[in-house]
Design a binder for this molecule. Structure first.
Ligand code: PGA
Length: 265
């Protein structure tokens, strides 16, 4: 079924009957952007996300790879974020999530998959974050970025902020303190034990994210409806980081299910 298409002044929004259809459409969008980049410059550089929302995207990418419809030989990936500190081998790390849901299912060469390393020592973490941004820049920037939205409007772990918009949009990859809403949403990954939820994370900054040549933001379910309406219809504000995507409207597509779209006017 064709999605419903909402045309807002500074956002393209597609509304799908359910999360699976939205995920499949996001996967198609990603593969199309990747194929175009591979044709143009011999490789595609993709920014990837974790959480519940991208799971149908990764299932579709795995199917596409296994059927030979899309191969990852010429793809380089950079994940948005990782808890800090955490061992990459920890079952709750985003590195483990990516291995389980995508990397082990596709033919992406291991050295072409980057997830911020939550085990770098405190003394070297600032340099490591600067290096992560340099790797992305040296790879020519992101051809495509997949995003989810937190219930508080965060993009990656760029949490709601008091920074002026122009300053916030230039933030680099860095260590960030997690917002109470984010920590409470992470409880389920940490056996419901608040003491186990990390207080900080490594997060790609808004600068590399908003510089991506194409972006898809996915939001599913009623619990995202109110933040989606704020991000799309209230004035752009650092207090709702996802609203800054409206600064790059021509690159960005919002893909929602009916429940997540239910509070849009
Ligand atoms: P979720 O997380 O996909 O698990 O809802 C999204 C996010 O926090 O960005």
């Amino acid at each position: 079924m064709e999605p419903r298409c909402l045309s807002l002044p500074d956002a393209s929004v597609l509304v799908f009957p359910d999360a699976v259809e939205a995920g499949e459409a996001a996967a198609e969008h990603l593969m199309k952007a990747a194929k175009a980049a591979i044709q143009m410059r011999g490789k595609a550089v993709l920014g990837l996300a974790t959480g519940n929302t991208p799971l149908p995207v990764y299932a579709e990418l795995a199917r596409a790879c296994q059927s030979g419809r899309f191969l990852f030989d010429d793809v380089v990936t950079y994940n948005l974020d990782e808890y800090y500190p955490i061992s990459p081998r920890d079952p709750r790390s985003y590195r483990t999530y990516m291995h389980r849901h995508l990397f082990s299912q596709i033919n992406l060469p291991a050295h072409q998959a980057h997830v911020p390393d939550g085990s770098v020592p405190e003394s070297g973490v600032a340099d490591y974050c600067a290096l992560y941004d340099r790797w992305i820049e040296n790879d020519g920037g992101l051809d495509f970025q997949l995003l989810g939205i937190g219930r508080n409007g965060h993009l990656a772990f760029n949490e709601p902020s008091d920074l002026p918009i122009e300053e916030f949009r230039q933030t680099p990859t860095r260590v960030a303190k997690l917002h109470p809403v984010t920590r409470s949403d992470a409880l389920k990954e940490f056996d419901g034990n608040a003491n186990l939820v990390p207080a900080r994370a490594l997060t790609m900054g808004l600068r590399p994210i908003l510089n991506a040549r194409s972006l898809v933001i996915l939001a599913m379910g009623a619990k995202k409806a109110s933040i989606v309406a704020k991000a799309l219809q209230d004035p752009i504000s650092s207090k709702v980081p996802a609203s800054l995507l409206r600064l790059v409207p021509h690159q960005t597509v919002w893909m929602l299910d009916e429940a997540a779209a239910s509070e849009l006017d």
